[in-house]
Design a protein around this ligand. Structure first.
Ligand code: ZN
Length: 210
């Protein structure tokens, strides 16, 4: 087995600088199990470092990453639903109090769909099928005016994922019981700014940090 050198060196630094000084906490996590404060549904994009964005430690966040941070509809008779399985585990087993859909700027998945750039992936393949979740998105004129076409489409995808989350009966039930909150966030790679969906009026606003 020949791992890339950068990974081997990175692992050694992790063991020395982070795991060793925090061994008690890791042991506790191993013994007591996880109790994350939130589930994050983010994109696979290598530039979206979820733990870094929220300055989170091991055990803090239950992170699911897929192409373009999408949530499929509730399909109980479906096949191999990795995303739905993770949502079910987070909500029913871990009982997370928050689910955050974290979109981002320059999203390759969203761009690929918009521009119909399919030359690098098979037309009947997994990505093409997955991205049909972006069919019929409602992109708001106000978002296009404020953020431009590309980001407006990414924001619409985040709203769509929240709608799909609520198609899961157990998500809706816990939300209605006041035990679960859903959030939509969009991270800008270049500036680092984070905007959040205000579901009262449907617009995205800068994070207050409250
Ligand atoms: Zn992306």
């Amino acid at each position: 087995m020949t791992l890339p050198k950068s990974l081997v060196e990175g692992y050694r630094r992790f063991l020395r600088d982070r795991h060793a000084p925090d061994r008690g906490r890791y042991r506790q996590l191993a013994e007591l199990g996880q109790a994350p404060s939130a589930m994050i549904i983010a994109c696979c994009d290598a530039r979206v470092d979820v733990a870094a964005i929220f300055d989170a430690e091991a055990g803090d966040l239950f992170i699911l990453r897929n192409v373009a941070n999408l949530v499929p509809p509730y399909e109980p008779e479906g096949m191999y639903h990795g995303t739905s399985a993770a949502i079910e585990f987070a909500v029913l087993a871990l009982q997370v109090p928050h689910i955050i859909v974290l979109g981002h700027s320059h999203c390759g998945g969203v761009a690929a769909y918009r521009e119909k750039v399919r030359d690098k992936v098979p037309a009947q393949g997994f990505i093409a099928r997955w991205l049909t979740l972006l069919d019929n998105l409602r992109v708001l004129e106000a978002d296009i005016f404020t953020y431009g076409d590309e980001v407006a489409f990414e924001l619409a995808a985040i709203r769509s994922s929240l709608v799909q989350l609520r198609s899961f009966p157990f998500v809706r039930k816990r939300e209605e019981a006041g035990l679960l909150s859903l959030h939509g966030l969009h991270f800008d790679l270049a500036s680092g700014s984070l905007i959040g969906l205000d579901e009262a009026d449907g617009s995205f606003v800068g994070l207050s940090g409250a």
